[in-house]
Design a protein around this ligand. Structure first.
Ligand code: NZQ
Ligand code: ZN
Length: 387
């Protein structure tokens, strides 16, 4: 096992009918900015419940944070937070709203050029700890894990930029599966696949004898395989949705990633596909992941074999054929929940792969994967194989 530090300060408040408890979770004298997306929380009544739970606190609202939140939109919220002297942020929505709110928390009291916060890659952004506004989240879409991690992804000038800082872990994450019943089927399918791929980006690398992390990862994947298709078809099946919600959070809250190598190639290539073609985040992953594995099956050989056996019960055939069977089963699972697994199914022309490779180069994504050996030529091969 590799050395690691693990700290996750988020207080998880899981289960139905808990919005009234916001009164104990948000500081009594806080001046609160509630952030939300395109209006689902207004339409389905969540925002009203949240406001009533906040009682006499001063509350200001900022709606309109779009999917793949844009820097310019978030800066409008930053202006509000600055002028209103906001001291607590409450995100009500999916990954885009939660991520956007983390950026607002970092940018509001930042003295320098706020676009510079987008250019630190996976390193923490240099914001002084006491200048980060505390935030809480009410998650309405189980997918990204943003509710219990310190990462955000912000869209700016045709790119998607990771941002992180230890003080943007939400102080609390309210996870009520019933708040997700209103999701369109496709968003639930996106959530299943995003969570599944988060597990794999921290699992399908090379073995380091991290048995707890591996078996937890395998347990999350088997859970998603069991309940994924059910929760897509039966939106009000509470138990299935509760299991999706906790799987998605557990997939990216740092637990399974502690002490193991990670990859993130699929995510980095996927982010360019979202930025260029506006394909939903999880749908890019469903397209890219199988080809990443086919191109890197040598370097991932041992873990892919373990995945085949422990996640899909594949024990017949020689090693290469077991790995290929596992890749085919993975693609079939993505399709079963409702996602496409080919780039051509998203109205992309083969010739447009050039623009994706150029974007990877422009964003410094030239040495991807757990070994750093995925250069632009290999990314091109992955994209061509995904077509
Ligand atoms: O905007 P509203 O009207 O709320 O509608 C949203 C949006 O259209 C809708 N929705 C959310 N909750 C709903 C609902 N509709 C009905 N009922 C509900 N309960 O769903 C749509 C998609 O929402 P979005 O927040 O964009 O989806 P998701 O949660 O998948 O977030 C995607 C974003 O997260 C980033 C992605 O890059 C992308 O920008 N990621 C963040 C990560 C992190 N912080 O760790 C890791 C991920 O890998 C990912 O990159
Ligand atoms: Zn993701």
């Amino acid at each position: 096992m590799l050395n690691f530090n693990y700290r996750n300060p988020t207080h998880v408040v899981f289960g139905k009918d808990r919005i009234a408890e916001l009164d104990q979770l948000v500081p009594a004298n806080a001046k609160v900015l509630i952030t939300y997306g395109g209006g689902s929380v207004v339409r389905f009544g969540t925002l009203d419940k949240v406001k009533s739970a906040l009682g006499n606190r001063t509350v200001i609202e900022f709606g309109g944070i779009e999917a793949n939140p844009k820097y310019d939109t978030l800066m409008q919220a930053v202006e509000v937070a600055r002028s209103e002297k906001i001291d607590f942020l409450l995100a009500v929505g999916g990954g885009s709203v939660m991520d956007g709110t983390k950026f607002i928390a970092l940018a509001t009291q930042f003295d320098g050029d706020t676009t510079s916060l987008l250019h630190h890659g996976f390193a923490p952004v240099p914001v002084e700890e006491d200048k980060v506004i505390p935030l809480g989240v009410i998650a309405t879409l189980p997918a990204t894990g943003s509710e219990m991690n310190a990462f955000a992804v912000v869209s700016y000038q045709g790119g998607k930029f990771p941002v992180n800082h230890p003080n943007v872990y939400p102080t609390f994450a309210m996870l009520d599966p019933e708040l997700t019943f209103s999701l369109p089927k496709i968003q639930v399918a996106n959530g299943v696949v995003d969570a599944f791929v988060h597990v794999l980006e921290q699992y399908a690398t090379y073995p380091v004898d991290a048995r707890v992390q591996d078996r937890t990862a395998e347990g999350i994947m088997r859970t998603l395989i069991e309940i994924g298709p059910i929760t897509v078809e039966e939106p009000t099946n509470y138990e299935a949705r509760a299991n999706l919600m906790w799987s998605a959070t557990s997939a990216l809250n740092g637990m399974i990633g502690a002490g193991v190598p990670f990859d993130w190639t699929t995510h980095m290539i996927g982010h360019e596909l979202t930025a260029i073609f506006n394909i939903d985040h999880a749908q890019t992953l469903a397209v890219v992941l199988p080809s990443v594995w086919r191109v890197l099956k040598q370097q991932k050989h041992a873990k892919l074999l373990q995945y085949a056996e422990r996640v899909w019960d594949i024990t017949e055939g020689d090693e290469d054929s077991r790995i290929e069977q596992a890749i085919v089963k993975t693609e079939a699972f993505f399709q079963q929940v409702g996602l496409k697994t080919r780039l051509r199914d998203h109205d992309v022309e083969l010739s447009q792969i050039d623009s994706v490779v150029n974007a990877l180069e422009a964003h410094g994504m030239t040495a991807l994967s757990e070994t750093g050996k995925v250069d632009l030529a290999m990314s091109r091969k992955i994209l061509e194989m995904s077509y």
